[in-house]
Ligand binder design. Structure first.
Ligand SMILES: [Zn+2]
Length: 232
């Protein structure tokens, strides 16, 4: 038995334990009530780490780019979803984006990237989009995750928001909200979509948590755990 194999075995064991824990806390907290009927088909999960390439998004108080944190959390969601048997697709898997060489301005490249993502998302006939972002404010006080949704994703968004409040930000009172009309991807996709603002990079305590593996895993468990509770 080599080290790699042992590592894989212990990783699988940890994942199974985590899933058991997640099923337990969702069922013990009365989340069955939010479960959809068995007839609801499992969607193809499309995980969209916000920003990337030339667009780093917000910058954490520690100097880390939002795009990198989004990617780490989205990859954790993807891995967990795949483990649960969902087909899961990423809109990007690295911090680099291969822009067409004829696009030289940052603006043109960003527009191309946004349109490409919409095209990819809309190419799935049964998609569920989960877009991952981090928030930022001008003062360090505000904190907490908030879930935004488009038409068709309200119920799931509320379930994710409630779990986040219960298991992570239990001293905030944020509610799930319809997404604003100026968020391009969320308004151009034809499938149900959630945008999860995982927390504030301008709050030093929260920024440190968002950059930690433990917290990222917890977020992935909450988001994908609720997808599983909803779609089975
Ligand atoms: Zn963002």
């Amino acid at each position: 038995m080599n080290v790699k194999y042992i590592f894989r075995l212990s990783f699988s064991f940890l994942l199974v334990m985590a899933l058991l824990a997640v099923s337990y806390f969702f069922s013990s907290a009365g989340y069955e009530a939010a479960m959809a009927p068995d007839s609801k088909a499992r969607p193809t999960l499309i995980l969209d780490p916000g920003h990337g390439g030339e667009d780093g998004g917000a910058v954490s108080v520690t100097g880390k780019k939002e795009s990198g944190i989004n990617l780490e959390i989205a990859l954790r969601c993807r891995d967990l979803a795949s483990f649960l048997g969902y087909s899961a697709v990423m809109t990007r898997e690295s911090e680099n984006i291969d822009y067409p060489p004829d696009l030289t301005s940052t603006r043109a490249r960003k527009v191309w990237d946004q349109k490409s993502r919409v095209q990819l998302i809309n190419s799935a006939s049964d998609g569920l989009l989960i877009s991952i972002h981090q928030n930022k404010y001008t003062s360090p006080g505000p904190k907490g995750a908030q879930v935004f949704y488009n038409e068709g994703a309200e119920e799931l968004a509320e379930a994710v928001q409630k779990s986040v409040l219960r298991y992570i930000n239990d001293d905030t009172k944020r509610t799930a909200r319809p997404v604003s009309k100026d968020i391009y991807i969320m308004n151009e996709v034809s499938c149900p979509a959630l945008l999860v603002e995982c927390g504030f990079l301008s709050n030093p305590e929260e920024a440190a948590r968002l950059e930690s593996q433990e917290h990222q895993k917890k977020l992935a468990l909450i988001i994908i755990g609720q997808v599983k509770a909803f779609y089975g």
